[in-house]
Design a protein around this ligand. Sequence first.
Ligand SMILES: *Cc1c(COP(=O)(O)O)cnc(C)c1O
Length: 375
Amino acid sequence: MKLETLATHLGREVEAASGAVSPSIVLATTFERGADGAYPPGSHMYSRVSNPTRAAWERALAGLEGGAVAFALASGQAAAAAVFQSLDPTDHVLIGDDRYHGTRAVASDLFARWGLQVEYVDTTDLNAVRARFRPGRTRLLWLESPSNPLTRVSDITALAEIAHQHQALCAVDNTWASPVLQRPLALGADLVVHSTTKYFGGHSDVLGGAVVCAREDAFSERVRLAQRLVGGVQAPFDCWLLLRSTPTLPLRVRAQAANAQRVAEFLAGHPRVAATHYPGLTSHPGHALAARQMALPGSMLSIQVQGGQAEALDIVARCRLFTRATSLGGVESLIEHRASVEGPHTTTPANLLRLSIGIEHADDLIDDLRQALAA
Ligand SMILES: *Cc1c(COP(=O)(O)O)cnc(C)c1O
């Protein structure tokens, strides 16, 4: 079946016991054993290990990404940590140099202390990536496409191939695209990581993360252990909220992308904007590649304004419809000065603003930016 149908029905089947058309939330932490002391097949034991609402959401997510199994965690960061916890302490990992700043923090500030060898590379440069593989040592290549915040586009198929030539896994943080726009497992990747806080949640009211594995194998078992033993699991209510918002994911994501294209075209032609980073613009270096591996170029964009940090902050301060806030993927449009969010390790230009485009009318969004840029 097609994605829209799967998004509407997976994990949301009519419940046999009650006939309920929408899913219930099972808040129980523990479940009754059979009279013989055993758990009946397919039943649950304890909600850290598995829970019916979480299981329904994980089944939906695995189906949408075309994976064999999905693990829901309490946040995108918990999902990233579960992947790094599934490696061995001295493994070498290559991570895209433009990506969510928190991924760098988890890898370099936390797991490097436990011996993980972490190196950053420009994943848009295939030769640079090839040169960084350490034979027999590199276990994982982690990339984000389009990347945060520069919207760089990396060739997932080629990078997965390079990883596989070196017996390494390829993980793609697919938060910005969502499976509506990009399906990394079908392009050859082994793992998809999500912050479901963003497009899946879609309403800026739920935190969540997930790891989707292409196969059930020794590595997916390690991720399962990281989820169940460490216990950073997603709560049943939050899984229910994600099941609640996923049927509209394809509608929201496409409406947001259509708005983003119009906003990006407006910004690209504005004299106070020095650069507009959006893969939907023909001037973007990743435009052709994005057209090949994505259904649409998404609804995240960034601009570099004429001037520096002061000019950038000034424009943000003048926005009325765009909310000044971090995060993305919600129905409402957000704008933020990215370097100040990323902290001391940031490599993001001081004049960069990141925009998450929502489902308002594009004319109103453009009017707001026009007046904010006018002064
Ligand atoms: C927000 C985000 C994360 C982290 O997710 P949380 O749910 O905030 O922990 C990871 N990757 C990307 C691309 C993100 O945008």
